[in-house]
Design a protein around this ligand. Structure first.
Ligand SMILES: Nc1ncnc2c1ncn2[C@@H]1O[C@H](COP(=O)(O)OP(=O)(O)OP(=O)(O)O)[C@@H](O)[C@H]1O
Length: 256
């Protein structure tokens, strides 16, 4: 059954992932050659009040490994719709989406979920942390849900929280942390299971410019140290400056 996921609703994504068995035999994708992701001629429309709303009208893009790629475009232009497709949370009406050798446009929900839970991490504008759990427990939960053996948790949680600069605040709960610190916990959570791709929907939108710059610096650092590729949406022109590549969406297509 097709399921629909909207942005800022991380718990819904997590519920589905928790239902899925972990596939220990999945292909080690990072050993394969680039690009990490290829989108060809993708179209996505929705039926709204009996009318067809065409949101994506022929998207072409590639994600090259270890790049920081940004999607820009005015509100409602379809950025989140595209992120949902890239993350295998939704499928296009037309076109192809290849995540390495995995055909996301053809695969079943279950097949895409298996790839997603191993290879992709999500970051949301609203942080999507469990409010009653500490930073440490939030990251640990991500490892549990990804099916990572318990024996690896301690070292990995400490490593990820150190990496995002929260070594001294590991046992704080979200309400005891600033917005920027909460987003850094969310980043630690997203990278904990060693995905090859991070998808981030407006990750700096709720932060002031200084905290936003810190998040971008953390992104740069995890690309280098964790060998991760990042694709994110943003409206902020100062943030766009640090991208390796910017795709601008106008009228359901990218302009160069
Ligand atoms: N499931 C859906 N059903 C109907 N319409 C949808 C659905 N998902 C998205 N849309 C519509 O598609 C258009 C693009 O939405 P989307 O959220 O992708 O834009 P966006 O560029 O991410 O906007 P923003 O910058 O405001 O977050 C909007 O008009 C939205 O209402």
């Amino acid at each position: 059954m097709a399921r629909w996921f909207r942005k800022k609703n991380a718990s819904e994504v997590m519920v589905l992932e928790e239902e899925m068995p972990f596939d220990n035999n999945a292909t080690p994708l990072r050993q394969l050659k680039s690009p990490l992701l290829t989108v060809r001629g993708v179209q996505r429309s929705f039926q709204v009040g009996g009318q067809k709303l065409e949101v994506l009208k022929g998207i072409e893009m590639e994600l090259i490994p270890l790049q920081l790629v940004m999607l820009k475009g005015r509100s409602g232009s379809g950025k989140t719709t595209l992120l949902n497709l890239i993350g295998g949370l939704d499928q296009p009406n037309e076109g192809e989406i290849w995540f390495q050798e995995h055909a996301f446009h053809l695969g079943s929900d279950d097949e895409r979920t298996l790839v997603r839970r191993k290879e992709i991490g999500f970051i949301f504008q609203s942080f999507a942390l469990m409010p009653l759990l500490s930073a440490w427990e939030n990251v640990e939960l991500a490892l549990r849900m990804a099916g990572i053996p318990r024996s690896e948790w301690k070292e990995r949680v400490a490593h990820c929280l150190e990496l995002v600069g929260l070594g001294k605040r590991m046992h704080h709960r979200p309400f005891e942390l600033s917005g920027g610190e909460q987003q850094r916990v969310a980043i630690a959570k997203a990278i904990a299971h060693r995905p090859s791709l991070i998808l981030a929907d407006e990750p700096t939108a709720e932060l002031d410019s200084q905290m936003g710059a810190q998040i971008m610096s953390v992104f740069r650092s995890i690309i280098a140290t964790e060998q991760i590729t990042i694709c994110m949406t943003t409206h902020d022109p100062t943030i766009l400056e640090v991208a390796d590549h910017v795709y601008e969406m106008v009228d359901g297509k990218f302009i160069s």
